[in-house]
Design a binder for this molecule. Structure first.
Ligand code: BYC
Length: 472
């Protein structure tokens, strides 16, 4: 196992000392990153001590060390998962069974750089989106989780910048600068992908984002973790271990909101959850509809030659590629997708290679459904007759063949007039945002939680719920 070198300014397990040029480039980028963190990272709280976990090795069981740290002193570093085997082979595409690449092949420089930049761009974007949330944190436990997510997303930026600087020379250094210059939601220099320009104004949106949008991260990273370009694959493997906690924050955050709504409905014997300071289930459903559809767009078009090329060239595989039982080349295979033809939704068999994005979206949707099922179990256990659902994949889409189509959450194609008269039933409206905003009051007494969310079942790293997760 490769141990992390903590004596360096930039902790790493990639033997940065042996490459002075790269080390200098990263050290020159470091102060610019810190400027960005101060300007765009969590607002205030930079001098507070936060109970954070830091990577100390890449070993599955032993990577996290917990302790109180000021965020600017967090040890952002470069960690690659250990190499499986010295003679590892490419597992898919036209180069299948050839040795994996330690360096970028000249002909794939462009597309690989693009994939790495797109991935890297989402990381600082999410930190920017979440900048102001601490001011309305429902507890110290939640505030700490927000900061943990933020420092780790920033570390993911480091991960991509390392790849750019180590393998793409001057282009990579320029891209690394630009990653710090684009800004979420800025019309003049927006982040690359749609969902990362939406705002995350409140904690309900934050939990939805970490459930739905971070889960896109899981599936994209898992696909990149299959890459023939071995440094990218190993970087993404380690990032996935951090991503798991982010999705846990989202899933349990929403579960706690559902729990609280159910508790209110039972004890007050009323469906009017808002009257008692909770978030009602129909409002949760609207937020699900919004965040799920926006996150679905992140997978790209149902049929994509980009995706087919990435796969054939060995740059980006499928989810858990090695567990799939086929020839891993897919040149003769087909895949069934839903498309919109002449105003009607229909199933269509298309070449499997062009349907790579849709296949990944299918895996993603199934995973989202498992989380929704767990929320529904809380509702059913409370004896309440209500079911949360994922909207149809064609609902409220901006990318791909459903872009701009008017489709209900149940999957019925309707005309624009019908859409305009009914959209307020399906998507959060200003009155919903206003209500959610009115609930957002910061709670800072250890062990106390805002009215709209139940306490978690367990604390972080087995600490008590009234542990000072943030030292105020
Ligand atoms: N918004 O062939 P198409 C995460 C563009 S999240 C705007 O349909 P392709 C995280 C596309 O770029 C994971 N533009 O799609 C989560 C292309 O542009 P060009 C992030 C979009 O290329 C939470 C055109 O439309 N990682 O880690 O097969 C917190 C046609 O593209 C969008 C990655 O995304 C969109 N939604 O696939 C923190 C992995 N969708 O070429 C972090 C790397 C498509 O015509 N990226 N376009 O100019 C990729 O693999 C691919 O770029 C995509 C798109 C899957 C995003």
């Amino acid at each position: 196992m490769s141990e992390v070198n903590y004596s360096d300014l930039i902790p790493n397990n990639v033997d940065l000392d042996s490459d002075r040029r790269l080390k200098r480039a990263l050290e020159a980028w470091h102060p610019k990153f810190m400027d960005w963190w101060q300007a765009c990272g969590p607002d205030q709280y930079q001098e507070h001590e936060i109970y954070l976990r830091t990577a100390i090795s890449v070993d599955r069981d032993g990577w996290a060390q917990f302790g109180h740290v000021k965020m600017p002193e967090y040890r952002w570093g470069i960690f690659l998962a250990d190499q499986d085997r010295e003679d590892k082979k490419i597992s898919f595409g036209e180069h299948r069974d050839q040795p994996v690449w330690k360096e970028v092949p000249g002909e794939f420089r462009g597309p690989l750089r693009r994939l790495i930049v797109t991935q890297g761009d989402t990381e600082p974007a999410s930190v920017e989106q979440q900048r102001i949330l601490a001011a309305t944190a429902p507890s110290l436990y939640d505030m700490r989780n927000l900061f943990q997510v933020n420092v780790e997303e920033a570390r993911h930026l480091w991960a991509m910048v390392y790849l750019l600087m180590a393998h793409f020379g001057r282009d990579g250094r320029e891209e690394s600068e630009e990653l710090l210059q684009r800004r979420s939601g800025d019309p003049d220099r927006p982040r690359i992908l749609g969902a990362f320009n939406e705002s995350t104004p409140d904690w309900l949106s934050f939990f939805m984002f970490t459930f739905f949008t971070d889960r896109d991260g899981k599936y994209q990273l898992a696909s990149l973790a299959e890459s023939a370009f071995e440094p990218l694959a190993r970087t993404c493997q380690f990032m996935l271990t951090e991503e798991a906690h982010h999705m846990y924050v989202g899933e349990t955050g929403i579960a706690r909101i559902v729990q609280r709504a159910c508790d209110i409905m039972r004890t007050e014997r009323s469906d009017d959850v808002r009257k008692h300071g909770g978030i009602d289930l129909p409002t949760l459903q609207k937020y699900i509809n919004f965040h799920f559809s926006v996150s679905e767009d992140l997978f790209g078009s149902e049929q994509s030659t980009n995706a087919a090329n990435y796969f054939t060239q060995g740059l980006k595989g499928r989810y858990q590629e090695s567990r799939l039982k086929d020839d891993h080349r897919l040149t003769d295979d087909s895949y069934s997708i839903t498309t919109l033809v002449d105003g009607r939704l229909q199933e269509q068999e298309v070449p499997a290679l062009t349907a790579i994005n849709e296949r990944l979206r299918d895996d993603y949707i199934a995973d989202c459904q498992r989380g929704v099922d767990r929320w529904n179990k809380i509702i059913a256990d409370a004896g309440i007759d209500f079911t949360l659902t994922l909207p149809h994949r064609a609902f409220h889409r901006d990318i791909g063949s459903f872009a701009g189509a008017n489709v209900t959450p149940e999957g019925k194609v309707i005309d624009e007039l019908q859409w305009d008269s009914r959209a307020s039933e399906w998507l959060p409206q200003e009155t919903d945002h206003e209500y959610i905003r009115s609930l957002m009051q910061q709670v800072t007494a250890p062990g106390e939680f805002a009215s709209w969310i139940a306490p978690p079942r367990i604390g972080i790293n087995n600490q008590a719920l009234d542990f000072p997760y943030v030292r105020m």
